[in-house]
Design a protein around this ligand. Structure first.
Ligand code: OFO
Length: 173
């Protein structure tokens, strides 16, 4: 049985993943409206992934005897000064989600909820990879620049980037 404090915190995480999905969707729409089709495709995909993170949590809560609650979705940021701001916001958002996952892991350790602790390991790995990917994207943006023709190349390049969920995997693995 899920301890009630953990159920509450998992439901808060459901809300965070949902807000993250909405933020990525808003970023994708902004990029699409600025003809950054590669960035838009990447961000639409990320939005879908965040929704699957939310659903995975909801299923876990219900399977463990709790009740997963569908959260209200806050209005995400809709305007960005440029593509750099979009990806700086991505990194800030992912870092804050990592922090909340780590706090959940701390709570499970304190309450000796080893089943949820085990379940959360997938999120720990995922967040490590998401943050790594966000930093890689910002590095590429710094190399290529935010003006034409670098931005054009960046918009093409980003479509090939995705999360590698194997920590420490070699590029060929
Ligand atoms: Fe689900 O927040 Fe990142 O991946």
């Amino acid at each position: 049985m899920l301890p009630s404090e953990i159920e509450k915190r998992l439901n808060e995480q459901v809300a965070r993943e949902s807000a993250s999905s909405a933020l990525y969707l808003s970023m994708a729409s902004w990029c699409e409206s600025h003809s950054l089709d590669g960035c838009a495709a990447f961000l639409y995909r990320q939005s879908d992934e965040e929704r699957t993170h939310m659903l995975k949590l909801m299923k876990y809560i219900n399977d463990a005897g709790g009740h997963a609650l569908v959260p209200a979705v806050p209005q995400p940021k809709t305007h960005f000064s440029g593509v750099r701001e979009v990806f700086e916001d991505v990194l800030a958002s992912e870092s804050s989600i990592t922090q909340s996952i780590h706090e959940l892991v701390d709570l499970c350790t304190r309450l000796k909820d080893y089943t949820t602790l085990h379940f959360l390991q997938w999120y720990v790995t995922e967040q490590h990879e998401e943050e790594k990917l966000s930093r890689t994207i910002l590095d590429k943006l710094n190399i290529l620049g935010t003006e034409s023709p670098g931005l054009y190349l960046f918009d093409k390049e980003i479509t090939s980037l995705k999360v590698d969920t194997q920590i420490g995997a070699s590029p060929e693995a």
